[in-house]
Design a protein around this ligand. Sequence first.
Ligand SMILES: [Zn+2]
Length: 403
Amino acid sequence: MEKTLWRVTAIAAFCVLIFPNLSFSNESNKVEEVIYLLNEEMLRNYTEAIISFGARVTGSDACNKCAEYIYEKFSSFGLNATIYNWTDFSGFRNYEGMNVEGTLPGDEKVIIFNAHFDSVENTIGADDNAAGVAALLAIAEVISKFEFNHTIKFVAFSGEEQGLLGSNEYARNAYERDDFIIVEMNADMIAHADGENGSKFRIYATEDADWITGKIKEINANYLNFQLITGNISRKFGGSDYHSFAKYGFEAIAFFEYEWNPYMHQPEDNLSNVNFTYLLKTSRLIAATLAWLADAEIEKPYFSILSPQRGKIYFNEKEVYELKNEKIFAFGKICLSLSPRTEAEKFEVYLDNKTLHVFNEPPYEIEVDRFSFGKHELKIIAYNKDKSSTDWIEFYWLNLGMK
Ligand SMILES: [Zn+2]
C-alpha cells in the first residue's frame, strides 16, 4: 500500500513538472503512468542484452538463444509466454526460426505489438532491430503492471531479413483462426537520429486505422511533441513485418525513425548508432498508444470475409486446398460470406469496382455465378452510423460453366 501511494505521488509530481497543463482524469492515468515508468536505462540494458548475442541470423544458435532470452523476459513480467517454431519452404531453400509471444490477457479483441529480433550476418544490428526489441521488452515490462479491457500480445519475430517469414507464419495462423485483431503495430528501426532529426518520427498506417493514428497525434501533441510524418500502408507491398498483417486484411501501423540510417545492414550498425534519448521518446509514444487503445471503445465496424478466404483453392464453393500464402483460386461458382464482429448496419459489395450486392440484414451470404477467366477484386464496405471500413480480396477465377 505504501509503495503504491509513493508511486502515485511520484508520478503526479513528475507529470505536473513535465506536463503542467494536464489534469488527472481516469482515462489518461495509465497513459501518463506508462510514459513515466519507461526510462533510458531500461532501453539501454535491453539493447545491450540483445546485441550481446552477436549477429542473429535466423536459424543460428545466436538467434535461437536470443529467442529464449526474450521468452524468459516475457515470463518474468508475468505474461503468458510461448515460443513458436516455424519452417518456411516457399523460397529456394528451407528456413527454420522462432517467434516469441507474450500475452497480457483481456477480452477477445487483440492488439499486437511486435519487433523482429533477427539481423543480417555482418552486423549486430543495433538499430535494426535490437533497439526495437528493447522497446518491445521495456514496453511489455511497463504495460504488464496494469490490467486492460482488451488482450495485448507482444511478439518478437525472426525471419524478417529473409522476407518477413516469421511474421507471415504468425499472421496466416491468426487469419485462419479468425482472430479479432484491432491492429498490429510494428517497431523496426526506431532509434537512429542525429541532431534536430531527433524531433521527427514516422508513422505509416492502413486506411481503416485512421481513428488510431488520429489518437496517436493527440497523445503526441499532449506528451511527446514530435513532428510526425504520416503516410499510408499499401496492402500489396511493404518492407517490414507489418506487411504480413496488412496483406491478410488486418489493420497495421508501422513506426520508423525519420532519418535514413546509412549503417543499415552494415557492421557500423552498433551501439554508437543508437540514440537512446530518441528511443525513449519513440518508445513512450508507442507505449502510451497501447495503454489508451487497450481500453478504447471500438466504434469502427470490424468484420471478416469467411468465404472466399485468402490462402484457399475453391471448386464450386467448396474449399479443396490450403495454400501457404494469401492467394485465392476459385473454379466454378463462388460463395461470398461475411461475418460482422461489431455492429454493422449495411455491407456494400463491389466486384471489380461495380456494385454486386448490398446487404441490409443477415444472412450475409450470396452465391456468385458468372462467366470468368482471370483476376478479380471483391471489395466490401461496412457501415455503422457515421463510421465505415473496407476489406478486399483479390482472386483468380475460372468459371466457364455458368448458369
Ligand atoms: Zn529491420
